[in-house]
Design a protein around this ligand. Structure first.
Ligand SMILES: [Zn+2]
Length: 235
């Protein structure tokens, strides 16, 4: 969008209060930036009958001049956008997920976020990141499924060690690859999944055992390192 269009739409908002940001092209570009996820809670905005809202990081009531400013826009789910409301991020800063790495401000404990910094604390409260039903329950579901999947991978590894068959080997490799893919940036709730994975001793045991028999490929190591990058401290 060129500066003139931005200016025209901003003036239109200021004059009439129209939702001038409802532009398909703009929404698509924002979704692309966040891998189709809500920038705050990581839910998939194309699933769970959710739809995307254009979130104004510096809220539109107090900062009408920034209503069409690209750097001020985020893709968010209805609930995160609604919880944040007209919170003033200039006076009480919260994490801008496009500019700040959340893991510097948050850690995970029993599927709830805990603050490492004041900005983290404000974010949890303002966006309601520990809402039981919508956030904690979902993280619990994702985390517990992942732990089960790690156990299954260890069982598949044992089976392969017993029978040394190609079928067992391929089953194991396929399983571990999909496990790691769930913990990549593109997947929904990937920060939770990656944090649970890296905090789990069974996962590290699996990796060490597979390395010992040369089954841990460069591709798996690459996925391992990428997931490590987004994992948060679990305390
Ligand atoms: Zn959300």
């Amino acid at each position: 969008m060129n500066p003139l269009e931005v200016r025209t739409l901003t003036d239109k908002y200021k004059a009439k209060g129209d939702c001038v940001w409802h532009i398909e092209e703009l929404k698509t570009a924002l979704l692309h930036l966040s891998d189709n996820k809500c920038a705050y809670c990581e839910c998939d905005l194309t699933k769970e009958s959710k739809y995307m809202e254009v979130e104004h990081f510096e809220d539109k009531h107090n900062n009408p001049d920034k209503v069409m400013e690209w750097d001020n826009l985020l893709p968010a789910c209805k609930r995160c956008n609604g919880s944040k409301g007209i919170h003033d991020v200039v006076h009480e800063p919260i994490i801008d997920p496009f500019k700040e790495d959340p893991k510097n401000h948050l850690k995970l404990r029993l599927y709830r976020f805990r603050e490492k910094t004041l900005m983290g604390k404000n974010t949890i409260e303002v966006v309601d990141l520990n809402h039981c039903e919508r956030a904690v329950a979902k993280r619990f579901e994702i985390g517990e499924a992942l732990l089960t999947s790690i156990k299954e991978a260890l069982e598949k590894l044992d089976r392969f060690i017993e029978n040394n068959s190609t079928k067992s080997k391929n089953r194991l490799l396929g399983h571990v690859q999909s496990l790691l893919l769930e913990c990549q940036k593109k997947s929904q709730y990937s920060a939770t999944a990656a944090s649970v994975l890296h905090a789990e001793t069974d996962y590290h045991e699996l990796r060490i055992k597979m390395k010992a028999i040369n089954l841990w490929s460069e591709e798996l190591e690459k996925l391992h390192l990428l997931s490590e990058k987004i994992s948060m401290e679990c305390a």
